[in-house]
Ligand binder design. Sequence first.
Ligand code: 5AD
Ligand code: SF4
Length: 455
Amino acid sequence: MSDYINKIKEIFSQRETPPLCFLHSFGCQQNVSDGEKILGSLVKMGYGVTEDMSAADLIIYNTCAVRENAELKVYSLIGNLKKLKENNPNLIIGICGCMAQEEKTVENIKKSYRHVDLIFGTFAVRELPRLLYEVLSEKKKAVDINEYSGEIPENVSAYRTDRIKASVPIMYGCNNFCSYCIVPYVRGRERSRKPVAVLNEVRELADAGYKEIMLLGQNVNSYGKNLENPVSFAELLREINKIDGDFKIRFMSSHPKDATTELIDAIAECDKVCKHMHLPLQSGSDRILEAMNRKYTTEKYLKIVDYARSIMPDFSFSTDIIVGFPNETYEDFQQTLDIVKRVRFDNIFSFIYSKRTGTKAAEIEDRTSDEDKSRWMRELLEVQRDITDSGFKRFVGRTLTVLFDSESKTEGYCSGKSDEFIIVEAKSDTSVIGQWKQVKITKAFNWALQGEIVD
Ligand code: 5AD
Ligand code: SF4
């Protein structure tokens, strides 16, 4: 690949100023992290990075395919780029990420969005120099949606704009085939990075002064199972915890079927690991969980929650819920409400089921009406609002550890996230931004906490 990088650099050496690239990532943090890798690779080729699309010589949309809405939005944005291309024929337009990995998207773009020059899937990031060289030198379109196997490339560093928080992918792909989910089809089978690669990256970030490191994977709980020398995620956490530095560790996402008491023990024992877990429940009905192919029951889910809280009473859980899986009934949905009330999540991300062609669930004839689904969604949001309201009050009078990351909308205040992943704001000048501080909570809103910095 370095051959292509050199060839591209040669093309650019004729220019007076370096070319500029603009990239926007949609969807999950894994995708955002891929976007940082793509930018890292472009910088290596000689590109500068711009946030001003109209100044860019290369525009890339890094897309998400998890729900239909996200896809429709991307199509409308690509449509809008046609004008820019007409005004600047040298502009290169690229589409990558999960949508680009799908055959149907490639066909659609080739047919209806002819101004797109470059399409590459989630595996082909490593091939970007070759693909871009083809576009630049031969002025032809380049498409690559092959599923590359073999070692995970470790030769490109992420281009990071955030100086406080950083994400580190620890694994790629997913083996679970939840029946509604397109991810295993567009991101392939689970591949874990070697522990030494992860540890080195975290060490570098800690040395560079990063205060929060988010370990990423579709299912971090099954990290390391397929390595030549298998390692568990709990073991990885313990190793990362030993790295020197004033930083905390988060991770995302976990799968309840692989969440073990060993993992909870590791979280409890590791002082750098935040006492929060995003543990997607998806549904509170065992019947629906089975139809979703989730491979756990609500009983197993609650066991993990109860175990965590038995040793860390304030442990915070957030979750994802899908409302309106095909043929879900109101009784099923009520079981979801029951478990939501029982667990008292600090935050939930809820989605109306979106049919994804190619998945098992897409084959089910769905008799549940859209009106029912929307009504249930509103009911869930209302129930959760009350839970957050009263749940947040438990922190009033207590002191939380908060990483400040920005100025708050409230004048004279800064805001950040607590160890429990709850938004906290406190009166302060901007000097606290980028620091972990102790904050005594004085007030609870239903979206955030307010307090005074005590240390
Ligand atoms: N429809 C709605 N929500 C979905 N998710 C994944 N696939 C779908 C779908 N087809 C949600 C799940 C997952 C989150 C990232 O997105 O809740 O945890
Ligand atoms: Fe999709 Fe399930 Fe894999 Fe998550 S675990 S990415 S929901 S298939």
